[in-house]
Ligand binder design. Structure first.
Ligand code: 7TS
Length: 414
């Protein structure tokens, strides 16, 4: 698509690339507000996937035949494209393709943590971590005897950075924090956390699943040692995630999965590992997904990451303001003008699951539940929240439809 010249997003033009948004259910056009769970995929990216299978499909054993050569080059180049997108100057050597953010978390926890952690060591997470990191580090801590600590979340939904400064000590080996909370919409001060971690020679790992889709991210400016994200939340296909890692760390780490493609030389007794990043991509990798994700990145950059960020901020502030017009609505997290494009909320006397089911009658798609942050919900004192999350194709009118559908639910339960 053409580069937009004006400051605002041309949402109507963008929506033409997403035919799924025209679907109707019982006469209502779908209002897709579940983007923090997964985003929709634009036609140009779907075309790349279809073209790949129609014209190029082959396994990526370089040099065997023309199709394999083409697939290999496109797949390898996709790593460079993703590295460039998040500011990793080391290119493909610093960009591992995985299945999703969860697998990227597991890769670091098991390939690094299992070997490096022991009794007396500490891993510092935050109370707003997604289960992807929380459960994973819990397990590695159990296996190694290390301890997991959590930076508290304040009542207004921010990280308590004074507490962080006290909790991160010379015993800390790694700090793992979400860049953007999938429940609160908080944007965390990741550069400050990186400084705190590095002051104590600890590594800093960022879960960027909710950040890379909607803001410019530069892993070197943050000074992250590892940075994880998912393709399916940023217009790409499912089945691909990314792990950025500083080259020297990835070089020192043991592999995570073993088998074909990740080796250099194998005898009956011993094996040596392929160069980066292939050492971490065992078996037939995510070829079509990787190539398609590079196309998604082209699409995002054509639209402009700063514009996307502004659009999301405007929508979430509008949603926050509209939702809080009613006293019976509680919105969780920071104020409307200081959050990313999502709003988690409850409505008095209406359970979040009932709410989402009534919204579904209006074809308004939101998510209800714990959003894979059960401990954070425990702290908030609610079992479930409703969450509306926005992306480049959402409009103010769709938020009005959300608010009208909530009114309907309110009347049903009055
Ligand atoms: N980290 C964060 C901050 C997330 O929001 C998610 C997914 C993950 C990690 C895991 O990503 P995955 O691609 O490995 O599944 N979050 C959500 C959500 O909020 N609703 O559905 C999935």
């Amino acid at each position: 698509m053409e580069t937009q010249q004006s400051d605002a997003l041309d949402v109507e033009r963008i929506r033409e690339d997403f035919p799924i948004l025209q679907r109707e259910f019982e006469g209502n056009q779908v209002v897709y507000l579940d983007n923090a769970a997964t985003s929709q995929t634009p036609d140009p990216v779907v075309d790349v996937i279809a073209d790949y299978y129609r014209k190029t499909n082959a396994n990526v054993h370089r040099g065997l035949h023309h199709l394999s050569q083409e697939a290999s080059i496109a797949y390898e180049d996709a790593h460079d494209r993703l590295a460039e997108f998040v500011g990793a100057s080391g290119g493909r050597e610093e960009m591992v393709f995985t299945k999703n953010t969860t697998e990227s978390e597991n890769l670091v926890a098991f390939a690094w943590g299992l070997n490096e952690l022991g009794p007396g060591d500490e891993v510092v997470l935050t109370e707003m971590e997604h289960h992807a990191s929380l459960v994973t580090w819990q397990q590695v801590a159990k296996k190694t005897g290390a301890e997991v600590k959590y930076i508290p979340v304040t009542d207004d939904g921010y990280l308590d950075m004074d507490a962080a400064a006290e909790m991160i000590t010379d015993d800390t080996q790694l700090v793992n924090a979400v860049h953007v909370s999938n429940t609160l919409g908080t944007v965390n001060p990741v550069s400050d956390l990186a400084d705190l971690a590095h002051d104590h020679d600890a590594l800093f790992f960022v879960d960027g699943a909710q950040a890379v889709p909607n803001r410019p991210v530069d892993v070197e400016e943050i000074d992250a040692d590892f940075y994880a994200f998912s393709g399916h939340k940023m217009l790409g296909p499912t089945g691909i995630g990314c792990l950025y890692g500083k080259k020297h760390l990835l070089e020192e780490m043991e592999p995570y999965l073993y088998g074909g493609m990740m080796i250099e030389r194998v005898t009956f007794e011993e094996s040596t590992w392929a160069e980066l990043p292939w050492k971490f991509e065992a078996g037939t990798p995510v070829i079509a997904q990787g190539i398609a994700l590079a196309a998604a990145v082209d699409y995002l950059e054509d639209v402009g990451m700063e514009r996307i960020q502004r659009h999301e901020e405007q929508l979430s502030e509008y949603a926050y303001d509209r939702l809080t017009e009613h006293d019976d609505v509680t919105v969780y997290g920071p104020p409307g003008d200081d959050r990313v494009g999502l709003v988690s909320f409850t409505v008095d006397d209406v359970h979040a699951h009932d709410l989402s089911s009534i919204l579904n009658d209006h074809a308004v798609a939101i998510r209800a539940g714990d959003h894979c942050t059960q401990p954070l919900h425990d702290k908030l004192g609610v079992a479930a929240t409703a969450r509306a999350s926005f992306y480049i194709y959402n409009t103010h009118e769709e938020i009005d439809k959300l608010v009208a559908a909530i009114d309907d639910a309110r009347q049903l339960f009055a």
